[in-house]
Design a protein around this ligand. Structure first.
Ligand code: GLA
Length: 397
C-alpha cells in the first residue's frame, strides 16, 4: 500500500503534469503574420545585450536572464536572481511595445537595491509577520525584523535576494528551484521550492509554485511585480481603473499588521467591486487609507482558496488601452498603490510616488499569529501549491 507521503507526492506530480499539459497545450495556431508582428513589436529592446548584463556568478551560482516570447507579441523576461520578472512587454492600442513592469536592466542594479522587490518571488512569507515572531506546536521562532518591529517579505535575505537553480527553460517558459535551508531567515525546515513561469499564447503569464518541507513550517509565496499599464516610468497610476472581487478587506494597525477582523468594503474607498479609478477616492478622509498611507491592504477574495486559478481582478488604463486580468488559487490579494515609492531611477525613467500598483496574490498577512485567518501551515509530506496568472488584452473604451 502506498503510504500517505508518497500518495501526496504522486497526486501532486499528476496535478503538476496536468497543469503543464494544460499550460503548454494552449494556442499553437498562430499565423505567420502574428509571428512577424511579434518580432517587430519587440524591436527597441536589445535582448541580447540586456541578457549579458544579467550573466554573472554569485556565491558560485550562475545568474542569467531568460527571454520568453509568445506568438502574439508579448515578451516576458525572468532572471534567476530572486526569480524575478524583469520585463513584460505588451503592445498598446497603437501597437507600440509597452513594458508594463518596473525593474532594472542589469543584475548590478538589483544587487545595489536589495530591498527593492520589483518583480521578485517573495517568501518564505509574503508581507508582514508581527514582531517577526510566531509559534508552531509550542516552539517559538524568531525572524529577522526588517520593517520596524516586524518581518517583511521573508526578511532581508528572503527569496528575492537568492540565486535560484535553473531546472529547464524553453522559448516561452522557465522552471526554477531553490532549497531554503532549515533556519534560513529564522524559518523552520529545509524548504524545496519550485516555480514555473509560462507565457502562453493567450497573452497570459502563468506562475505556478510548489513547496515541500521536512519540518512543520509556514509558507506564503507571491510575486511582487509593480505594474504601470502606461509603461514603467510614465507617471502615476491614479487613472488606472481597478476592479476586485472582494466584499471584505483586512484593516491594519499603524505598522500595517492586520487587526484580525474582516471589514466590509460597502461604503468605503475599498469597494472596488465595480470598476473605479484608483485615484478617485485616494484623498477620502478614511481612517484605513490614512493608516496605510493609501492603499496597502489585503483583500479577502470572494471565491476563497481554489484548486485552479479563478479571475479576481481587472485593471485597465484608458491611456494605453491595455487591460490586465488577475487569476489565482489564493484566498487573498494585497493591493499596494506604490505609497512608498519616491523617485528611484528605473529601466525607463523615474519611478515616482504611486508610479505603480501591485496585486500580490497571497494568504493573509500575519496569519501565523491570527488563528481566524486561513492557515499557512505546511505539514511534512504535504505539497504546498499555488498558481497565479497575469493576463493582458487590449480594450476599447
Ligand atoms: C507590500 C507591502 C507594502 C510595501 C511593499 C514593498 O506591498 O504591503 O507595505 O512594503 O510591499 O515596498
Amino acid at each position: 500500500m502506498i503510504n500517505d507521503k508518497y500518495f501526496l507526492v504522486l497526486r501532486n506530480s499528476i496535478k503538476h503534469v496536468l497543469f503543464l499539459l494544460c499550460v503548454f497545450g494552449l494556442g499553437w495556431s498562430c499565423t505567420k503574420q502574428e509571428e512577424q508582428q511579434s518580432s517587430q513589436q519587440t524591436e527597441g529592446n536589445d535582448w541580447n545585450s540586456i541578457k549579458t548584463a544579467f550573466q554573472d556568478t554569485l556565491n558560485g551560482k550562475e545568474t542569467d536572464l531568460f527571454v520568453l516570447k509568445n506568438k502574439k507579441g508579448v515578451v516576458v523576461t525572468i532572471t534567476n536572481y530572486g526569480a524575478r520578472i524583469v520585463h513584460m512587454v505588451v503592445p498598446d492600442k497603437t501597437g507600440k511595445p509597452t513594458d508594463v513592469v518596473l525593474g532594472y536592466n542589469s543584475l548590478k542594479e538589483y544587487l545595489d537595491s536589495p530591498s527593492a522587490y520589483y518583480g521578485a518571488l517573495i517568501g518564505r512569507y509574503a508581507n508582514r509577520i508581527a514582531k517577526g515572531a510566531f509559534e508552531i506546536d509550542g516552539i517559538a521562532y524568531q525572524l529577522a525584523k526588517n520593517n520596524g518591529n516586524n518581518s517583511l517579505h521573508g526578511g532581508p535575505g528572503g527569496l528575492h535576494n537568492v540565486v535560484w537553480d535553473v531546472v529547464s527553460s524553453t522559448s516561452n517558459s522557465v522552471e526554477l528551484l531553490y532549497t531554503s535551508p532549515d533556519g534560513e531567515e529564522g524559518y523552520p525546515g529545509n524548504l524545496d521550492i519550485t516555480v514555473i513561469y509560462n507565457l502562453n499564447d493567450e497573452h497570459g503569464l502563468e506562475i505556478y509554485y510548489q513547496a515541500m518541507s521536512d519540518k512543520k513550517t509556514v509558507v506564503n509565496l507571491t510575486n511582487h511585480a509593480y505594474f504601470n499599464l502606461n509603461g514603467d516610468g510614465s507617471g502615476d497610476i491614479n487613472t488606472h481603473v481597478l476592479q476586485i472581487d472582494a466584499d471584505e478587506y483586512t484593516p491594519v494597525d499603524s505598522t500595517l499588521i492586520p487587526l484580525g477582523e474582516h471589514e466590509k468594503v460597502d461604503g468605503t474607498p475599498f469597494d472596488f467591486r465595480a470598476p473605479t479609478a484608483i485615484g478617485q477616492r485616494i484623498e477620502d478622509p478614511d481612517a484605513q487609507l490614512q493608516t496605510g498611507g493609501g492603499y496597502d491592504h489585503n483583500f479577502v477574495l470572494k471565491k476563497g482558496q481554489t484548486d485552479s486559478p479563478e479571475k479576481v481582478a481587472t485593471v485597465f488604463s484608458p491611456k494605453s488601452g491595455i487591460q490586465m486580468e488577475v487569476y489565482t488559487t489564493e484566498p487573498g490579494m494585497q493591493f499596494y498603490g506604490g505609497n512608498f515609492m519616491n523617485g528611484l531611477q528605473g529601466k525607463n525613467g523615474t519611478y515616482e510616488y504611486r508610479g505603480a500598483f501591485c496585486l500580490e496574490t497571497q494568504h493573509f498577512p500575519d496569519s501565523p499569529n491570527q488563528p481566524s485567518f486561513p492557515s499557512t501551515i505546511l505539514e511534512v509530506g504535504d505539497v504546498w501549491e499555488s498558481a497565479t496568472i497575469y493576463k493582458f488584452m487590449l480594450k476599447t473604451e
